[in-house]
Design a protein around this ligand. Structure first.
Ligand SMILES: Nc1ncnc2c1ncn2[C@@H]1O[C@H](COP(=O)(O)OP(=O)(O)OP(=O)(O)O)[C@@H](O)[C@H]1O
Length: 405
């Protein structure tokens, strides 16, 4: 096996919550730096661990997805790896050239033009002027900044800065490439181009990729680390499991939310038949069929409304809509003059493991003249032993294997 390009051993970094105390500790640390600091692993008053006991190795062809909530310690870890800040404890060994895209515009001098910044950055990465000359056209073309390359970087838009940063970091073919969230500001065309580039250089490069965008992480990462309060809460090659854990940490109850109410119709109750909810959350086995009942009050209204259901995942992406056929013939119970009870069957739920929310809409006609709309009218938790983050887990089998054809 090839030797690692990045070796991180028990890395820790502490910060102080208060500037004055931090300055005082700074002076004391300078002194203990000379005499040998024996308390580097202890916290003093007002200090906290931004990164605590992190270890991993990374080889060419491997991409570590680094995930975690705001303030979890991701950027601090990257800054230590890139040599921008020193750790309090632990060791980092990096072999080869490091290309880093850490903060928007970081590494660029704002008053210099795009072209001048390319030379500056190339020089920092250890390339000669001749080598940069030979890559210049490819960098400018990749960044699609031909018309703006002689403009000062301070006048670039956020997306333009990212284009230039990524173009320099990737086209210089570093041994280690560090990307921190910055792709979030690029437009779709550029993001697709970046992924294609990462795919191309990954066999020769070790990549560390930080993002809050889980589809992006799962697209590139070969292993994953989830940080929480500086510690690795999950670490391993099971990328789906890490992402699933990340989503679970964001789970915040399921109160429903009426987003439109014309006053004509009201959803008074909704439930899944035969399932006991826990804190309004219905546990349902993957692949099963469920019956959802909606109790609707008609106020000053004598027609049965058209009902539609949409399913949203944990990132609030719409993942499915239910086509409810034969609405007039449907199983509608008239409880009394102005109360309707409608039961709808959803068959073969192949939504993958995790939490989903159903939005209920009542309208005059399908997608026309809405009377009432409620998000999270029903919250479902699909149960399955496979850790998946994608919205669907399809039921698939091999039906034939042919060895001679
Ligand atoms: N120079 C600093 N001095 C004091 N505290 C700091 C400093 N830099 C970062 N921190 C603190 O360290 C913690 C980790 O911050 P960090 O920027 O690494 O988080 P992150 O995981 O990258 O968050 P985000 O997702 O918001 O980018 C935070 O509590 C932050 O306030």
């Amino acid at each position: 096996m090839e030797e690692p390009l990045v070796i991180v051993e028990n890395l820790s970094k502490k910060f102080c919550k208060d500037l004055k105390t931090s300055l005082w500790y700074g002076v004391k640390d300078l002194w203990s730096g000379v005499t040998g600091n024996k308390n580097e692993r202890l916290l003093r008053d007002k200090e906290f661990w931004a990164v605590k006991d992190i270890s991993f190795t990374l080889r060419r062809g491997e991409c570590l997805g680094l995930i975690g909530h705001n303030g979890a310690g991701k950027s601090t870890l990257l800054k230590i790896l890139n040599g921008l800040i020193n750790p309090d404890a632990g060791k980092v060994t990096i072999k080869g050239r490091v290309g880093a895209l850490i903060e928007l515009g970081a590494g660029f001098n704002p008053i210099l033009t795009g072209r001048e910044n390319i030379y500056n950055n190339g020089a920092i990465l250890g390339f000669s002027r001749k080598e940069i000359d030979s890559k210049l056209d490819a960098i400018i073309a990749f960044a699609e900044l031909e018309d703006f390359i002689d403009m000062p970087v301070q006048n670039y838009s956020s997306g333009m800065k990212v284009r230039l940063g990524f173009a320099v970091a990737a086209q210089m073919e570093p041994d280690v490439l560090i990307i921190d969230e910055v792709l979030a500001v690029g437009d779709l065309g550029f993001v697709l181009k970046c992924f294609k580039t990462i795919d191309t250089i990954l066999p020769r490069t070790a990549v560390i990729f930080v993002s809050h965008n889980m589809p992006m992480v799962s697209r590139v990462a070969t292993s994953i680390m989830m940080l929480e309060s500086g510690k690795a809460l999950f670490q391993g090659n099971q990328v789906s499991e890490g992402i699933d854990l990340y989503y679970q940490r964001f789970y915040t109850g399921q109160e429903s939310n009426v987003v439109f109410d014309s006053g004509n119709i009201k959803l008074t109750n909704s439930f899944v038949e035969g399932v006991q909810p826990f804190e309004n959350l219905y546990d349902v086995e993957w692949g099963s069929s469920i019956k959802i009942t909606f109790e609707i009050r008609l106020i000053d209204h004598d027609k049965v409304p058209n009902i539609s259901l949409a399913v949203y995942d944990k990132e609030q992406r719409g993942v499915a809509e239910a086509i409810i056929e034969n609405q007039d013939l449907f199983n509608i119970d008239k409880i009394d003059d102005n109360l309707l009870r409608v039961t709808i069957q959803l068959s073969n739920l192949q939504l993958s493991k995790g939490i989903y929310y159903i939005t209920f809409t009542a309208s005059e006609k399908l997608e026309n003249n809405v009377f009432y709309k409620e998000h999270k009218a029903i919250s479902l938790r699909i149960i399955h032993n496979r850790q998946m983050w994608t919205p669907f887990l399809l039921d698939a089998k091999i039906t034939e294997i042919n060895t001679t054809w």
